[in-house]
Design a protein around this ligand. Structure first.
Ligand code: NAP
Length: 527
């Protein structure tokens, strides 16, 4: 029996801790999983959403050559499951399935698509607990944050179930009396959706919600680090009555899958969330077939604290903006830029608050900081801290691996940082908060805009005029004023400069999946 089949069979059988012990004895591969992971996997399996195969044309599928990749729990290093390592052939088949399904899915009425999306939303919420556990298991974020991601992720399906019914065209006043002109909006076609590991559910639903709402079909490629949440969501889409072929999921060899999506003339749109480097490759690769493309890329968010800020609000907001998901989000504050009059007070209050963040396995009660996703992520954080210290920064708190081992890193605050340091120039993507000092509003804006990125930014001030002035001057797609958590399905999300192209969420997000067709009816005066 293949390892995957064995794990599936085990998980199907082991819905009780005693069963787990029995399975450990009978199946050596099961011993790789910790008891927690085992019982969670067993519970997930019992609920029918623990899927470990790709989804092509409505069929759960192994890699054609039988190759697999291991999915790890970053908190323990244990293997959670083996999933297929797919490539060109599976991706081509997934594209064909999506292409065939487009014909019928796009012809359903908006109301019919809306009803199925709404049902999918209901199922995501009904399985909130299991999905949250799955996210914590494969991604590492604390369980309450993971459950928050399920709410956030599901909200895009609910929102676009509603928006499906509002894809309006226009009647255009004609320039000639015997003509009638109008524009209609039509789905672009098959969409390739490539997503990262840091939000294993929400980065998928933010794309698939609007795509399906307007009649597109999708081939999803989740990160190989966190495919299980994507597969669970896809299983629920089938249960919701979304027809086979409308949602396909392939994972494995990223560049083979990406190249196949790019080369196919049947794929009319690429939507990507991930690093700027990979986004640029996909943008270049889309040129050959002139695909529509949306990119949600890396950030380098400034968080500006003015002398007139409310200190408590600024500390709470900066903490949330920096340390959510252990600093592994594109909108995490990367540079905390503090005015000289409040610098010392803010630095001390902030460091005190950071000190209280409990680090540990995301399943442990009260934990606010999980592990980083992998060893490479920890090494990147270490090298950034080293670089900052070598250039004169001081470590106020943390600054090293956590005693828990694995990929846990201490929540870290660095003072006396400056714009020359790597922590200021690039996304650290970890729990490190560098504090920079500024004198004037103009200087703060200059420092904040001194980057190629332009995704999220934050301002803390009690001066209303200043908040407007600075918000307008910041070259960023998102501005939070006196607030560190600003993402919501009803507002447009996306970056300026090299942080991306297009917007996700809100009424604007659906436009990314639509073509506008102009129709001219002539000779109206003839009988
Ligand atoms: P990444 O390395 O760019 O990977 C993102 C996705 O692209 C993964 O599914 C990856 O597959 C795939 N991929 C890698 N190389 C590819 C290729 N040559 N062709 C096609 N696909 C390819 O980014 P990440 O490390 O997962 O995510 C972190 C980055 O995402 C950060 O920069 C963060 O700021 C950004 N992000 C942006 C937003 C936003 O909304 N702007 C939101 C979240 C994250 P494998 O994982 O299987 O290799």
């Amino acid at each position: 029996m293949s390892t995957i089949r064995m794990v599936l069979r085990i998980c199907a059988l082991a819905s009780h801790p005693l069963d787990v012990a029995r399975m450990q004895h009978s199946y050596p591969c099961f011993r790789q999983m910790s008891t927690d992971a085992q019982s969670i996997a067993a519970r997930l399996s019992a609920s029918g959403i623990f899927r470990t195969q790709g989804l092509i044309g409505g069929k759960w599928t192994e890699a054609y050559d039988g190759n697999t990749i291991k999915v790890h729990n970053p908190a323990t290093g244990d293997v959670i499951a083996n999933v297929p390592c797919m490539g060109k052939r599976e991706t081509s088949d997934a594209i064909s399935s999506a292409y065939d399904a487009f014909n019928s899915w796009s012809k359903l009425t908006a109301n019919e698509r809306s009803r199925r999306l709404r049902k999918w939303y209901d199922l995501l919420i009904a399985h909130k607990e299991e999905l949250g556990q799955l996210i914590t298991l494969e991604q590492g974020k604390p369980l309450n944050e993971a459950m928050g991601e399920v709410n956030y992720g599901a909200s895009f399906i609910e929102f676009y179930a509603e928006e499906a019914k509002r894809v309006y065209g226009d009647i255009i006043p004609a320039t000639l009396a015997d003509r009638r002109l109008f524009s209609l909006k039509q789905p672009v076609g098959v969409v390739g959706a490539i997503t990262p590991w840091n939000f294993p559910l929400a980065m998928i639903t933010r794309k698939v919600g609007p795509a399906l709402a307007c009649g597109c079909t999708v081939v999803i490629k989740p990160s190989e680090l966190t495919p299980l949440t994507a597969l669970a969501a896809a299983e629920l889409s089938l249960q919701a009555g979304i027809p086979p072929g409308v949602v396909n999921v392939v994972m494995g060899n990223a560049s083979d899958i990406g190249d196949t999506l790019l080369a196919s003339p049947q794929v009319r749109k690429i939507t990507f969330t991930g690093s700027t480097a990979v986004g640029k490759k996909l943008m270049a690769g889309s040129a050959a077939t002139v695909k529509k493309i949306s990119l949600e890329l890396g950030g380098n968010a400034p968080c500006i604290v003015f002398d007139d800020a409310d200190l408590d609000v600024a500390v709470k907001g900066s903490l949330a903006a920096k340390f959510r998901n252990s600093g592994q989000t594109c909108v995490c504050a990367n540079r905390i830029i503090v005015q000289e009059g409040i610098y010392e007070k803010f630095a001390n209050a902030f460091a005190n608050a950071v000190q209280n963040l409990k680090v540990g396995n995301g399943f442990t009660e009260g934990v606010a900081q999980g592990p980083l996703i992998n060893e490479a992520a920890v090494q990147k954080v270490e090298s950034f801290v080293q670089d900052a210290v070598s250039k004169g920064a001081k470590v106020m708190l943390g600054g090293k691996r956590h005693s828990l081992g694995m990929t846990f890193y201490e929540p870290t605050v660095i003072s006396d940082a400056n714009s020359e340091m790597l922590v200021s120039r690039e996304e650290v993507f970890g729990p490190v908060a560098p504090l920079l000092r500024f004198k004037t509003e103009e200087e703060a804006i200059r420092i904040a805009n001194d980057t190629n990125a332009g995704l999220a930014s934050y301002i803390f001030t009690t001066n209303v005029q200043r908040s407007w002035r600075v918000a307008e001057a910041l070259e960023y797609g998102l501005v939070g004023i006196n607030e560190g958590l600003i993402s919501t399905e009803v507002a447009p999300f996306g970056g300026f400069k090299q942080s991306g192209l297009g917007r996700e969420g809100s009424k604007y997000g659906i436009d990314e999946y639509l073509e506008i067709k102009y129709v001219c009816l002539g000779n109206m005066d003839r009988a």
